[in-house]
Design a protein around this ligand. Structure first.
Ligand code: PHE
Length: 469
C-alpha cells in the first residue's frame, strides 16, 4: 500500500469522505437532469438501463478511480503520470487527467448556469409567485427567466463566485461542514415532496412510468442513441465519475478506509436521491397535464405547481430550492478541484489564485450556455434526435455522453489491464477474494465492452439491436 499523503489535505474521517463524495455525486444531476432525461428518453426503460449502468459500470469504475486517486495522492493529471511511471507505463497517461480537467471545465460552465436557475427560483417561490399557479403560468415564469440573458448571467456569476470561494479555502474545511447537515436535509425534503406526490391523482401513473418499461413507446426510437447512450452518460454524470472528481476526493482518503464499502454507500445514496426525485416529479407532471419530454425545464415547471398547492408550499418550495442550490454547490466544488490542484502542484500557484483563474475560465465558457437559451439558441440533431438548446446541449452531450464514459473506460483499462494485479490487490484491501475477482472482471470486460458497443451503435456501425430498423 502506498504511504504517500496529499499536499492538499486529508479528510478527517471516513464519514467525511463519504459525505463529500456523496455531496459531489448528489446534485443537479439527480434532481434536475435525471427526471428530464427519463422523460425525454422513454421512462421506465431508461431508468432500467440507467440502473444497470450504475451497477455494472458505475460502481466498479468509481472504485477504480478512488483507488488511483488514493495511490497517486495528487491532481488527476499528476496522479496518472506518477502511477504510469511506477507501473512502467507511458507517461502520456497524464492526458487522461487532462481529458478530465477539460470535461470538468465544460460541465462546470453549464452546471453553474443551471444552478443559477435554482437561485432565481429560491426568490420566485419565496415571494409567492407560484401560489395557486397552473401549468401554463409556471411554464411562462420559467420561459421568461431563461429568455433573460442578463438575469441568467447574474446568477451564474454569483454561483461561480461561491464555488470559487470554497475551493480557494481548501475543500476539506468548508465542504465538511456544509455536507454534514445539508445532504440529510435535502433527503428529508424530497420525502416531503414524495408525500405530496402521493396525494395527487396520478401518483400510480407516475410510478408506472418510472418503473415499468413501456416497450411500445420505444418503437419510434433508436434504442442505442435514445436510451442506452443517455442512460450511460447519466450514470457517469450522476456518480461524478470519468473526469477525476472522485479521483481527487480519493486522494484525500486515508489508507485504512475501505474503498469498496464507501463506494456502495455513495452509489446507493446517489441513486436513491434520483429515484426519489423521479417519484416526486412524474405524478405532478401527469396530474397537471405537463409533457414529460419537456426538456431541461421539467422540474422548474412541475415542482412549483406543487409548491403553489400544498400547505406551507411557499416555505417548502423556498427551502427546496435553497437545498438544491447547496447540493449543486457541493458538486461544482468537485468539478473545479482537479484543475485547481494541478495549477497548485505544477504551476506553483497559490490555491487562491489557482481557484480564481480556473473558476474564471469556467465562468467565461458558461456565458455561452447562458446565451444558448436566448440570443444564440439554435436547433441541431444528434444521432437522429432534435436538440433545441444549441451550445448547452452540445456541451452536455459532449461531456456526459462522450467524455465521461471515455474517461471512465480508460480508468478501467488502466487499472485492470495495465496496472499490476498486486498494486490493485494492495490498494483495494479485498485480498484475492471473490469480491475482488468480480470487481476485476467487471472493469476488465463489462465496462469497456459495454461502452464500446453503445458508442459504435450510436454512431450507426451496426444497428442490429434497434427496434425500428
Ligand atoms: N454528479 C454531479 C451531479 O449529479 C455532477 C458532477 C459530474 C460532479 C461530474 C462532478 C463530476 O449533479
Amino acid at each position: 500500500m502506498s504511504m504517500r499523503t496529499s499536499i492538499h489535505g486529508q479528510w478527517s474521517s471516513r464519514w467525511i469522505f463519504i459525505l463529500a463524495a456523496t455531496g459531489s455525486a448528489v446534485g443537479l444531476g439527480n434532481i434536475w437532469r435525471f427526471p428530464y432525461l427519463t422523460g425525454e428518453n422513454g421512462g421506465g426503460a431508461f431508468v432500467l438501463v440507467y440502473l444497470l449502468c450504475v451497477i455494472m459500470m458505475g460502481i466498479p469504475i468509481m472504485m477504480a478511480e478512488i483507488l488511483l486517486g488514493r495511490r497517486g495522492r495528487k491532481s488527476p493529471i499528476n496522479t496518472m503520470e506518477t502511477l504510469a511511471a511506477e507501473e512502467g507505463l507511458n507517461p502520456n497517461w497524464r492526458f487522461l487527467g487532462w481529458l478530465g480537467v477539460l470535461a470538468g471545465f465544460i460541465i462546470l460552465s453549464y452546471y453553474s448556469v443551471i444552478a443559477g436557475w435554482t437561485i432565481a427560483f429560491i426568490f420566485k417561490t419565496g415571494m409567492g409567485d407560484f401560489v395557486g399557479a397552473n401549468a401554463e403560468q409556471t411554464t411562462t415564469i420559467f420561459s421568461e427567466l431563461i429568455s433573460s440573458p442578463g438575469i441568467l448571467l447574474f446568477w451564474h456569476s454569483i454561483f461561480m463566485f461561491i464555488t470559487i470561494r470554497v475551493v480557494s479555502r481548501g475543500v476539506s474545511g468548508g465542504l465538511e461542514r456544509a455536507v454534514k447537515f445539508l445532504m440529510p436535509a435535502l433527503f428529508v425534503l424530497l420525502l416531503v415532496m414524495v408525500g405530496y406526490a402521493m396525494s395527487t391523482e396520478k401518483f400510480l401513473d407516475g410510478l408506472k412510468y418510472l418503473f415499468i418499461p413501456d416497450f411500445n413507446s420505444l418503437a419510434e426510437k433508436n434504442l442505442f442513441s435514445d436510451v442506452f447512450l443517455p442512460a450511460l452518460g447519466q450514470a457517469f454524470f450522476s456518480l461524478s465519475i470519468g473526469m477525476g472528481a472522485i479521483m481527487i476526493y480519493g486522494s484525500y482518503l486515508s489508507k485504512d478506509s475501505s474503498i469498496t464499502s464507501n463506494c456502495f454507500v455513495i452509489a446507493i445514496a446517489d441513486t436513491s436521491v434520483a429515484i426519489l426525485a423521479g417519484i416526486a416529479i412524474f405524478p405532478i407532471v401527469f396530474t397537471y397535464g405537463l409533457d414529460p419530454s419537456d426538456g431541461p425545464g421539467l422540474i422548474f415547471i412541475s415542482l412549483p405547481i406543487a409548491f403553489g398547492q400544498m400547505p406551507f408550499g411557499t416555505f417548502f418550495g423556498c427551502l427546496f430550492f435553497i437545498l438544491l442550490m447547496f447540493a449543486a454547490w457541493t458538486s461544482s466544488i468537485s468539478l473545479l478541484e482537479p484543475a485547481v490542484t494541478w495549477l497548485v502542484e505544477s504551476k506553483k500557484m497559490s490555491r487562491i489564485k489557482a481557484s480564481y483563474i480556473a473558476g474564471f475560465i469556467a465562468w467565461l465558457l458558461g456565458v455561452l450556455t447562458a446565451l444558448s437559451f436566448n440570443y444564440w439558441a439554435f436547433e441541431f440533431s444528434f444521432a437522429g434526435a432534435i436538440k433545441q438548446n444549441g451550445l448547452f446541449d452540445i456541451f452536455d452531450i459532449l461531456t456526459s455522453n462522450i467524455m465521461l464514459p471515455l474517461g471512465g473506460v480508460l480508468v478501467a483499462i488502466f487499472t485492470s489491464w495495465l496496472m499490476s494485479r498486486k498494486s490493485t490487490v494492495d490498494e483495494l484491501g479485498l485480498g484475492d477474494s471473490i469480491a475482488y475477482k468480480i470487481w476485476r472482471f467487471t472493469i476488465r470486460y463489462i465496462a469497456p465492452i459495454g461502452v464500446l458497443i453503445i458508442f459504435l451503435n450510436t454512431m450507426g456501425f451496426f444497428n442490429i439491436f434497434s427496434i425500428n430498423n
